[in-house]
Design a protein around this ligand. Structure first.
Ligand SMILES: *[C@@H]1O[C@H](CO)[C@@H](O)[C@H](O)[C@H]1NC(C)=O
Ligand SMILES: *[C@@H]1O[C@H](CO)[C@@H](O)[C@H](O)[C@H]1NC(C)=O
Ligand SMILES: *[C@@H]1O[C@H](CO)[C@@H](O)[C@H](O)[C@H]1NC(C)=O
Ligand SMILES: *[C@@H]1O[C@H](CO)[C@@H](O)[C@H](O)[C@H]1NC(C)=O
Ligand SMILES: *[C@@H]1O[C@H](CO)[C@@H](O)[C@H](O)[C@H]1NC(C)=O
Ligand SMILES: *[C@@H]1O[C@H](CO)[C@@H](O)[C@H](O)[C@H]1NC(C)=O
Ligand SMILES: *[C@@H]1O[C@H](CO)[C@@H](O)[C@H](O)[C@H]1NC(C)=O
Length: 405
C-alpha cells in the first residue's frame, strides 16, 4: 500500500519509500529556481501577509518561510569564553539557545557567562543559561542525561522551533545561520539528520557489553566512573545503532524521547544508564527502532567530525566538506578567528551579521534588529547545498536508513 502522491511532509510508514525521491526532487527544483534568481533573499521577497498583494508578481519565487532552531551548548570548567564565541557564531533571533555549564564550573563562572550573554545582545528572550547542573562524564549516561535535560528545558521555553542541535564548546560552525536556515527552509520539517550505522565494531561492542557505574549521576562532589568485571549480552529486544554525537533532530522526535509517549526511549535510557557509550547510541537507536521515525532519517548530521584536533592546516579541507559544523577544535585555536573572518564575516564580540541586522555602522550591524525572516545567505549556503544534494542523491538511489548490516 504505497501512496506515491503523499506530500513529503508525511511520516506515515507507507510514504517512507518515496520520501527521498520526493525530497530530492523538491530540493533540486527549488534550488534550481533559486540559482536562477541568485539574488539574496531580500526584504521584498519574504512572505508576509500584508505584502502578498503588492508583491504578487514575485510571490511565485518567494522562498519558503525559514525554520527556527533550538541549540543546546554544553561546557565545562573554563569553557565560558569558547561557549560565548560559539554562541555568537550561531546566533540568530529566530532560534532558541540554552547554555549549560556542568558542575565542574563554579557559580562565579556561570554567573559571568549569563551576564556576558545578556549584555551582548540586550535582554534577549531567546537565550538562557542553566544554573544548577551536574558533573558530566563525557560519553556516558550522565552526558546523555544532561542532554535530555537540556532538550526538555528547551521544549519548556518554547515549542516554536523545528530542529534541535546539541553542540559543545569544541564545535564551531562553518556556515552562517542565514545559510543554514535558508537551506533548511527548502526541506520538509520532519527529517532528522543523524549519521548512524548498525555496525557495532569490537570497540563499541566491548563498551556496550561492559557495565559501568557513572557516579556523576548520583554523587554531588565526585565524578569517578567504576567498571564492573562482569559483561552482559548485547541487546536483542531492539537493534542498537551508533552515530555521531551531533545530530539535527525534529521537535516531534525530541518530544517522543522526553514526554514518554512510547516505552522505547525510557527502556533504552535504562539500558544505557550503565554503559560508557550512551550518547552516541541513544538517538540513532530510538530513531531506528521506532516505526514512527525510522523513515525520517537522513544519514548525515551536516557535521564534520575529525579524528584529530582541527587547526589552521585543516582550513581548506573544512571548507571542502560543505558541512554546517565541525569539531573538535582546540579552544581558542587561531583557525577559529580565520573562520570568523573569512566564512562568517564576524567581528570579535559580535554576532554573525545576517539579514536581520539593520545597523548602519559596520562595527555593530546587528545593534538594530530587523525582520527575522529576511535571510542573506553567503557562499556557505552553496557549500551546504552541494553537500545536501550529494547526501540526498545517494539516499535516493540506495536507502541508507537504519539498514541492518
Ligand atoms: C498583481 O499583478 C498584476 C499584473 O500581473 C497587476 O495588474 C495587479 O495590479 C497586481 N496587484 C497588486 C495588488 O499589486
Ligand atoms: C581553569 O582556569 C583557572 C584559572 O585560569 C586555572 O587555575 C585552572 O587550572 C583551570 N582549570 C582547568 C580544569 O583547566
Ligand atoms: C571560579 O572559577 C574561576 C575560573 O576557573 C576562577 O578564576 C575563580 O577563582 C573561581 N572562583 C571561586 C570562588 O572558586
Ligand atoms: C559517521 O559515523 C561513523 C561512525 O558512526 C564515522 O566513522 C564517520 O566518520 C561519520 N561520518 C561523518 C561524516 O561524521
Ligand atoms: C551533546 O553534546 C555534549 C557536549 O558535546 C556531549 O557530551 C553529549 O554526548 C551530546 N549528547 C548526545 C546525546 O549526543
Ligand atoms: C595541526 O595539527 C596537526 C596534527 O593534527 C599537526 O601535525 C600540525 O602541526 C598542526 N598545525 C598547526 C599549524 O598547528
Ligand atoms: C551512514 O553513513 C556512514 C558513512 O558516513 C556509513 O558508514 C553507514 O553505514 C551509513 N549507515 C547506513 C544505515 O547505511
Amino acid at each position: 500500500m504505497r501512496h506515491d502522491h503523499l506530500p513529503p511532509s508525511s511520516t506515515t510508514a507507507a510514504a517512507i519509500p518515496s520520501l527521498y525521491i520526493i525530497l530530492t526532487t523538491t530540493f533540486f527544483t527549488l534550488l534550481l529556481i533559486l540559482t536562477l534568481t541568485t539574488a539574496p533573499r531580500s526584504p521584498s521577497f519574504h512572505t508576509h501577509q500584508n505584502d502578498q498583494n503588492d508583491q504578487n508578481t514575485t510571490t511565485a519565487l518567494s522562498p519558503p518561510p525559514p525554520p527556527s532552531l533550538a541549540y543546546l551548548i554544553s561546557g565545562s570548567i573554563n569553557n565560558s569564553g569558547p561557549m560565548i564565541s560559539l554562541f555568537l557564531s550561531i546566533y540568530h533571533p529566530r532560534n532558541q539557545y540554552l547554555l549549560q555549564l556542568d558542575r565542574s564550573a563554579n557559580q562565579t563562572e556561570r554567573d559571568a557567562l549569563e551576564i556576558t550573554v545578556q549584555s551582548l545582545l540586550g535582554a534577549s528572550k531567546n537565550v538562557r543559561v542553566i544554573g544548577m547542573e551536574d558533573y558530566v562524564f563525557s560519553s556516558g549516561p550522565s552526558a546523555l542525561s544532561s542532554t535530555l535535560q537540556g532538550a526538555s528545558v528547551l521544549l519548556r521555553l518554547s515549542d516554536h522551533w523545528d530542529w534541535f542541535i546539541n553542540l559543545s564548546a569544541s564545535d564551531y560552525p562553518l556556515v552562517t545561520q542565514d545559510d543554514l536556515l535558508h537551506i533548511l527552509s527548502y526541506l520538509p520539517r520532519d527529517v532528522n539528520f543523524v549519521n548512524h550505522t548498525s555496525y557495532i565494531g569490537w570497540r563499541e561492542s566491548w563498551k556496550l557489553k561492559g557495565i559501568i557505574v557513572d557516579s556523576a549521576l548520583f554523587l554531588a562532589d565526585d565524578s569517578e566512573t567504576f567498571y564492573a568485571t562482569q559483561k552482559r549480552h548485547l541487546p536483542d529486544a531492539f537493534r542498537p545503532f551508533t552515530g555521531s554525537s551531533v545530530a539535527i533532530l525534529i521537535l516531534k522526535f525530541i518530544e517522543f524521547c522526553i514526554m514518554g509517549f512510547n516505552n522505547l526511549p525510557r527502556t533504552l535510557l535504562m539500558y544505557l544508564s550503565n554503559t560508557a557509550l550512551s550518547t552516541s547510541v541513544y538517538f540513532p537507536t530510538v530513531l531506528c527502532n521506532s516505526r514512527q521515525f525510522k523513515g525520517t532519517l537522513i544519514n548525515h548530521s551536516l557535521h564534520y567530525a575529525s579524528p584529530n584536533l582541527l587547526n589552521s592546516s585543516n582550513f581548506d579541507e573544512l571548507i571542502k566538506t560543505g558541512a554546517a559544523f565541525a569539531s573538535p577544535f582546540a579552544l581558542d585555536d587561531p583557525v577559529l578567528d580565520r573562520i570568523d573572518q573569512e566564512l562568517l564575516q564576524r567581528n570579535p564580540g559580535k554576532p554573525v551579521p545576517g539579514g536581520w541586522c539593520l545597523g548602519e555602522s559596520s562595527e555593530d550591524q546587528c545593534g538594530v534588529c530587523g525582520e527575522t525572516d529576511v535571510l542573506k545567505p553567503s557562499p556557505g549556503a552553496k557549500r551546504l547545498e552541494k553537500l545536501l544534494v550529494e547526501v540526498l542523491s545517494s539516499e535516493a538511489t540506495q536507502s541508507h536508513q537504519c539498514v541492518d548490516k
